[in-house]
Design a protein around this ligand. Sequence first.
Ligand code: GCO
Ligand code: MN
Ligand code: MN
Length: 394
Amino acid sequence: MSANFDPVPADLFTFGLWTVGNPGRDPFGDAVRPVLDPNYLVRKLAAIGAHGVNLHDNDLVPFHATASERDRIVREFQQTLKNTGMCVPMATTNLFSHPIWKDGAFTANDPQVRAFALQKTMRAIDLGVELGAKIFVFWGGREGSEADACRDPRTAWQRMRDAMDFLCGYVRDQRYDLRFALEAKPNEPRGDLYLPTTGHMLHFISTLQHHEMVGVNPEVAHEVMAGLSFPHNVAQAMACNKLFHIDLNGQKIGRYDQDLRFGSEDQKGALLLVRLLEGTLGGERYTGPRHFDAHAYRSEDEAGVWEFAKGCMRTYKILAQKAAAFDADPEVKALIAEPKDAQIDPLLQGGYSKERASKLLALKIDVDAVAKRGLQYERLDQLMVEHLLGVRGQ
Ligand code: GCO
Ligand code: MN
Ligand code: MN
């Protein structure tokens, strides 16, 4: 078993410019670290074994930049990518920082705001494609409300659909090779955000004109904030072939969006997630980038930021090894082997038929005997804990 957990580009680890570049500002305090140049961040990420870097339009190009400034910044950045062998798998739009977004972007009541949101997003899509992005993320940070009477939530939902249909049309018209990934969050910075969970997003996508080019970008912290099981949300997205991207981080339940180092909280949840993504339990493996949407504690200087980034990747690799060992453990295999019944199994697949219905109704099931059986899930869970704690599967 390998004890080397050093990340390499083939691991497909990515970070946002806004994550390792986060200066540690919070609602109660100012920045604790200087803002770092994007080209410097890319060089540092390449040096620690990352595969790529993701960005919002304004992480690279300032909001008020002129066209010629934009082109110069993009050229320099492309050169840095080339020199370091890094790529930009995902791009997105900042539709939350500027005061114009205080009532939302695609869902705002003022048509001028909605029009500007489309303008800015079309330009951000152009930028992303220019840098080679294949995934474009939508996180509706300001798409929500506090004074909920300000608009009919059904109108907000319809406006989101109009915006997505329009932007899918734009990508098709430009013949870009780009897919969209929608990121849900229950609240913050708004009191309530529309489309608050990955499940909401999955249904919303099914109502879009070009639903085939739209998937989800679930984030650990956001689903945990809502009190949900992140692995279950990811599993549903995978089962519908809609896991286009993923935001990995750590979060304590019931708090503000903490965006902590991956695996620093709820290690069992993190193990179950990595097990799912790596496919060690069977089923398809997730092949997209493993993106960390997290930032270093406010206690850290720049050296602490790189410790944080290495920690995210190292923990992912440790958990991948533990997941493989757990699923290869003969006792685990025996415990999760499901009972097979050659007579019943065919009746439970393939939907309804009159013949299946009459065979099912005729079955004699010893309800008391089945109900009495212990399932040994205590032992199963303890085995997972022992793998995690390092006393098994070494
Ligand atoms: C958050 C979000 C963001 C988005 C990012 C990309 O809660 O702040 O997770 O980090 O992921 O804006 O769209
Ligand atoms: Mn977040
Ligand atoms: Mn995110």
